[in-house]
Design a binder for this molecule. Structure first.
Ligand code: PGA
Length: 250
């Protein structure tokens, strides 16, 4: 299995979301649809859910709160996402960590809340440029993985995304060697979390993935898919990445 998840971030109006989903359904063949995931902003989720009803293309949130309800102004719950038909939610995307200052202990609770609601959390980890420069990549991603999975149930699905912060939205892509090394580290660390489920936990790579660089990364050991930002905003480009990965043998 090779997965492509499109992180729309804060892009697309309701009309654009509807049009995107219609186009993606039309363009994706049925054996491709199973492996595609779209992650729209919360406010257009309804359009996406309605547009994907009856399709095997799945969708998810970009974030969820750790509690199902209560006095948490501005937040969205995993339970409601699930109720609306979501299958996934991102947790701990670097933009949430950096721009919104999400603390790591909160992320562990979000992962557990997502799993309890029946969603598959996609826990994002990744080092900054400085971390890499100072040789802290391994330390940082292992710490983020351990923290984020502290309360996670190994018998329920969990996905990981390795997204070096310096590669997100910058056009800089990690080299195949860097990606392979980081994914191998994550796979080993996952075994501490669950010896039995580590191998079946998909690890996606994210950071400036495009149609042109997809093939060289897709076939690397321990790369089970991509988390794609900018290039996922056009359904043709999104599918081009998936198809390039499959033709490369992913
Ligand atoms: P990018 O974003 O593909 O635009 O680099 C990836 C992400 O933030 O998930």
């Amino acid at each position: 299995m090779f997965y492509c998840a499109g992180n729309w971030k804060l892009n697309k109006s309701t009309v654009e979301a509807r049009e995107y989903v219609r186009a993606l359904r039309e363009l994706a063949k049925s054996d491709e649809a199973d492996n595609l995931v779209v992650l729209p902003p919360a406010l257009v989720s309804f359009e996406v859910a309605a547009g994907l009803s009856g399709s095997s293309i799945r969708w998810g949130g970009q974030n969820c709160y750790a509690e199902a309800k209560g006095a948490f102004t501005g937040e969205n719950s995993a339970v409601t996402l699930k109720e609306m038909g979501a299958s996934f939610t991102l947790v701990g995307h670097s933009e949430r960590r950096q721009i919104f200052g999400e603390p790591e202990d909160m992320l562990a609770k979000k992962v557990a809340a997502a799993q309890n609601a029946g969603l598959t959390p996609i826990l994002c980890v990744g080092e900054t440029q400085d971390d890499r420069r100072w040789n802290r990549t391994q330390e940082v991603i292992v710490r983020q993985l351990r923290q984020g999975t502290q309360a996670a149930d190994p018998s329920r699905p969990l996905w990981l995304a390795y997204e070096p912060v310096w590669a997100i939205g910058t056009g800089l892509v990690a080299t195949p060697e860097q990606v392979e090394e980081a994914h191998a580290i994550l796979r080993r660390s996952l075994k501490e979390w669950s010896a039995t489920h580590a191998d079946e936990t998909p690890i996606l790579y994210g950071g400036s993935v495009k149609g042109e660089n997809a093939a060289s990364l897709a076939t690397l050991a321990n790369v089970d898919g991509f988390l794609i930002g900018g290039a996922s905003l056009d359904p043709n480009e999104f599918l081009k990445i998936y198809r390039a990965s499959k033709s490369a043998g992913a």
